[in-house]
Write a protein that binds this ligand. Structure first.
Ligand SMILES: Cc1cn([C@H]2C[C@H](O)[C@@H](COP(=O)(O)OP(=O)(O)OP(=O)(O)O)O2)c(=O)[nH]c1=O
Length: 208
C-alpha cells in the first residue's frame, strides 16, 4: 500500500500558473506577505478614463474587470488584477498626472473623511471571481508646510488620491476603518479567498 501523497506544491504538475496582472510594486509585495510569488507579472494596459456619471465604486469594479480581461494568459492560468480608487462623494480620484493635481487632491482630502475602494478580480479562463472592498480614511487638516513637504518627497506619484498611507503620508491619517491592505492596494483576506476559489493552492504557498 502506498503512503498518502502530500498535496502538489506550487510549480508541481497540478498547480495552475499565477499571473499577477499589475505593475504596482505594492501589490507584488502584499502578495509576497502571503508567501505567494507569481509565475509572471504582466501589467495591463487599459484606458482608465471614468465614464460620464460613473460612481467611484462602479468605476473601480469595472476597471479591475477590464484589467483582468486585458491580460493575455494560457487557458488554465489564473490572473489576478486590482484597482484602487479614492472617492470623495461621487468624485473619483485616480493617480495624479502631476504635482499640481496631487496638490488639488490633497487639498480636497485635507481635514475630511473619504473612501478608498479596491476592487479585486481573479480570472481563470472564462470564469471570474470579484470583490469590492471599501474602507474609510480621515485625513487631518494639512498645513502648507505639510502639503509642500509631502509633495517634495514625490511619494504621491502613482498613488490614487495622491498619497500613500504606508509612507510619509501616514502622518496625515489619524483614523481608518476597513482594510489596511486594501487601502495600500490589495486586500489580503479577499485576495486569498478569491485565489482559493479559483483553485490556487494558497495555503500550500503560505506553508512552503
Ligand atoms: C490610497 C493609496 C493608494 N496606493 C496605490 C495602490 C495602487 O498601486 C495605486 C492606484 O493605482 P491603480 O490604478 O489601482 O494601480 P497601478 O496603476 O499602481 O497598478 P496596476 O494597474 O498595474 O495594478 O495607488 C497606495 O500605495 N497607498 C495608498 O494609501
Amino acid at each position: 500500500m502506498s503512503e498518502p501523497q502530500p498535496p502538489a506544491l506550487h510549480g508541481g504538475a497540478v498547480s495552475p500558473r499565477l499571473v499577477l496582472g499589475s505593475g504596482s510594486p505594492r501589490r507584488r509585495e502584499l502578495l509576497g506577505v502571503l508567501g505567494i510569488v507569481p509565475d509572471a507579472v504582466q501589467p495591463p494596459d487599459i484606458d482608465e478614463t471614468p465614464r460620464p456619471g460613473e460612481t467611484p465604486r462602479g468605476y473601480c469594479a469595472r476597471i479591475a474587470r477590464e484589467k483582468a480581461a486585458a491580460v493575455a494568459t494560457e487557458a488554465d492560468d489564473i490572473v489576478l488584477c486590482a484597482d484602487t480608487t479614492v472617492a470623495m462623494g461621487r468624485r473619483i480620484m485616480g493617480k495624479p498626472r502631476d504635482a499640481g493635481e496631487a496638490a488639488q487632491f490633497l487639498l480636497a482630502l485635507s481635514g475630511r473623511r473619504h473612501r478608498v475602494i479596491t476592487s479585486v478580480c481573479v480570472r481563470r479562463g472564462d470564469r471570474t471571481w470579484h470583490r469590492d472592498v471599501e474602507s474609510r480614511v480621515r485625513m487631518k487638516p494639512l498645513s502648507d508646510l505639510e502639503l509642500n513637504a509631502y509633495l517634495a518627497t514625490g511619494d504621491w506619484q502613482g498613488k490614487a488620491g495622491g498619497y500613500g498611507i504606508q509612507g510619509p503620508a501616514g502622518a496625515f491619517i489619524p483614523w481608518t476603518s476597513g482594510s489596511f491592505s486594501a487601502i495600500v492596494g490589495l486586500p489580503l483576506a479577499e485576495t486569498a479567498a478569491l485565489l482559493a476559489a479559483a483553485g490556487f493552492p494558497v495555503w500550500q504557498q503560505v506553508a512552503a
